[in-house]
Design a binder for this molecule. Structure first.
Ligand code: FES
Ligand SMILES: [Fe+2]
Length: 442
C-alpha cells in the first residue's frame, strides 16, 4: 500500500486486506517454534476442584487431552482418544487406579501404562506391547500443573518466592478467552490502558489511583522483563508498580485495588500463566493473593475467584453484549482484537514499547537466541520476582521537572530491587525495603 493511499479519506476500500498473523509468535501446535518453547516448562491446566468423579476434557497447545484424578488420588493427563479405537476418554470411568474407557473397558494408568484390556483372551500380551500417550501432571496449591515437553528435559516445578509466604491466602482461578494467547499476555506489558479502559471510559473499575498518568519503564531482566509504572498520586505521594513477566507465558502483578496508602515493596496480588489451548483459545490460570499488606481485601473478594471468574469487572465472558459495550473490560478488549491479532495492521506508539520488547524477546527465545536459560525452564529453588507496589512520601524538588523526577525515582527503586537479586527470603525483603526507605528522605 502506498503512503498516499493510507492517508486518503474514505480509504476503507483500499484498506480491506487483512494480512496473515505472525505465526512464529502466535502458533503453538506441536513442532511450531513457539509450541516447542512452551513445551519446555510446566503450565497450569485447570483447578484441582475441576477433577471430580468425571474426567475433564482439556485442550493444551493444540493437543486434545483428558485430565482426571483416580480414586487413589493420583492425577493423570492422557491423550484424549483411546488407543484402542479412538473413543474419547472424557466418557471414561474414573477408577480406583487409572481411567477406564467406556467403550471396551481398557484401563489406563497416569503414566500411560495399559493396565487392562478386558475383552482380550487371558494371556494376551497386547497391553504390554505399547503405552498410551500421557504427560506428567501434579497438583500444587489448588492448581493442576502439566509438562508437555520431552521427558528428558523435564524441569522442576517452578517455585516462586511470593508463593512461599504463608500469610498469603492463595485462591486459584481461571479465565477462558476465545483468542490467541499472545494478545492476552501482551496486555500485562501495556499498563497505559489502566487510565483509559479501567478508569476514564465507563467507571472506575479498579481504584482511583490508576487514573493518574504514569511514567512507563520497561526493562529486560533474566528470563523475561519488567514493566514499571510510576505515578504521582498527589503533591506528597508517588506510587511505583512493577509487573514481572517470565518467558514464555508467566506474569505477576501487585495489588489489584491500589488504595494509595504508604507501602514499601508490597508483594504479589495476582500470579498467573497465559495458557494456550490452541492458536485461537487460551486461559489465564493462576492465583489471587489475599493478605493484609495487599489492599485487595478492601474491594477484592476471594469468594468471587474460581473457574472462569475473578473479582474484577470484565475479566470473563458471559456478560450481555450491551453490558460489555457500556463498560468493557480486559476480556472484551483482548478477545475483540480478532481471534489472532494481526501485527502487520497495527500502528504502534511510544506506549507500546513494552509490547514490542515482549515480542522481540519471545521471538529470540523461540529461535534459541536468548543468552541465558529461562528460569521457568530450568531453575531449581525459588525464583525471586520483582513484582511490587510502593507508595512513598516524596515531593518533587523545587525547580525539577516532575516527569523527570518520576523517571529518576523509578530508576532508583528498580536498581535497588535488582541489586538484591541474589539475596533470599526475609533478608532480601529487608534490604530492599531499607533501600527504598532511604529514598524518602529528600
Ligand atoms: S475404544 Fe476404548 S476400549 Fe475400545
Ligand atoms: Fe487491564
Amino acid at each position: 500500500m502506498r503512503n498516499q493511499d493510507i492517508c486518503q479519506s474514505y480509504s476503507g476500500y483500499l484498506l480491506r486486506d487483512v494480512p496473515a498473523e505472525d505465526s512464529e509468535l502466535t502458533h503453538v501446535g506441536p513442532t511450531t517454534p513457539m509450541g516447542e518453547l512452551l513445551r519446555r516448562s510446566w503450565h497450569p491446566v485447570c483447578l484441582t476442584q475441576q477433577l471430580g468423579d468425571l474426567p475433564l476434557a482439556v485442550r493444551l497447545l493444540g493437543e486434545d487431552l483428558v485430565a482426571y484424578r483416580d480414586r487413589s488420588g493420583q492425577i493423570g493427563l492422557l491423550h484424549r482418544h483411546c488407543s484402542h479405537r479412538g473413543t474419547s476418554l472424557e466418557f471414561g470411568i474414573v477408577s480406583g487406579r487409572g481411567l477406564r474407557c467406556c467403550y471396551h473397558g481398557w484401563l489406563f494408568d497416569h503414566d500411560g501404562a495399559i493396565l487392562e484390556t478386558p475383552g482380550e483372551p487371558s494371556g494376551s500380551n497386547l497391553k504390554a506391547s505399547f503405552n498410551h500417550g500421557a504427560y506428567p501432571a501434579v497438583e500444587h496449591r489448588g492448581l493442576v500443573f502439566a509438562y508437555l515437553g520431552p521427558p528428558a528435559t523435564k524441569p522442576p516445578l517452578p517455585q516462586l518466592d511470593t508463593l512461599e509466604t504463608l500469610r498469603d491466602q492463595l485462591v486459584p482461578f481461571s479465565l477462558w478467552h476465545p483468542c490467541n494467547w499472545l494478545q492476552v499476555l501482551e496486555n500485562f506489558m501495556d499498563p497505559i490502558h489502566t487510565i483509559f479502559l479501567h478508569s476514564d471510559y465507563a467507571e472506575i473499575q479498579l481504584s482511583e489511583a490508576y487514573a493518574a498518568r504514569p511514567e512507563l519503564h520497561w526493562e529486560e531482566v533474566d528470563g523475561g522483563m519488567i514493566c514499571v509504572s510510576t505515578r504521582r498520586l498527589d503533591a506528597d505521594y508517588v506510587w511505583l508498580r512493577t509487573n514481572h513477566l517470565l518467558l514464555p507465558n508467566f506474569v505477576q502483578v501487585g495489588t489489584l485495588y491500589e488504595d494509595g496508602k504508604e507501602k514499601n515493596f508490597s508483594r504479589a496480588g495476582i500470579t498467573r500463566w497465559v495458557v494456550p489451548h490452541d492458536d485461537t483459545h487460551c486461559s489465564i490460570i493462576g492465583w489471587r493473593h489475599f493478605n493484609e499488606d495487599v489492599p485487595s481485601l478492601l474491594l477484592g473478594d476471594p469468594e468471587e475467584c474460581g473457574v472462569d471468574q475473578m473479582d474484577a469487572v470484565g475479566q470473563s465472558g458471559g456478560r450481555s453484549s450491551e453490558e460489555a459495550q457500556r463498560n468493557p473490560g480486559d476480556w472484551d478488549v483482548m478477545v475483540s482484537q480478532r481471534p489472532i491479532a494481526i501485527h502487520a495492521l497495527e500502528h504502534a506508539g511510544t506506549t507500546d514499547q513494552g509490547v514490542m520488547m515482549l515480542r522481540r524477546i519471545l521471538r529470540m527465545a523461540a529461535r534459541g537466541e536468548n543468552q541465558a536459560p529461562l528460569p521457568l525452564h530450568e531453575k531449581t529453588g525459588a525464583i525471586n520476582t520483582q513484582t511490587q507496589d510502593t507508595v512513598m512520601r516524596v515531593r518533587t524538588p523545587e525547580g525539577t521537572d516532575e516527569r523527570q523526577h518520576l523517571r529518576e525515582l523509578c530508576k532508583r527503586v528498580t536498581n535497588i530491587i535488582a541489586s538484591c537479586g541474589d539475596l533470599e527470603g526475609e533478608s532480601r525483603l529487608d534490604r530492599i525495603r531499607k533501600g527504598i526507605t532511604s529514598l524518602v528522605v529528600e
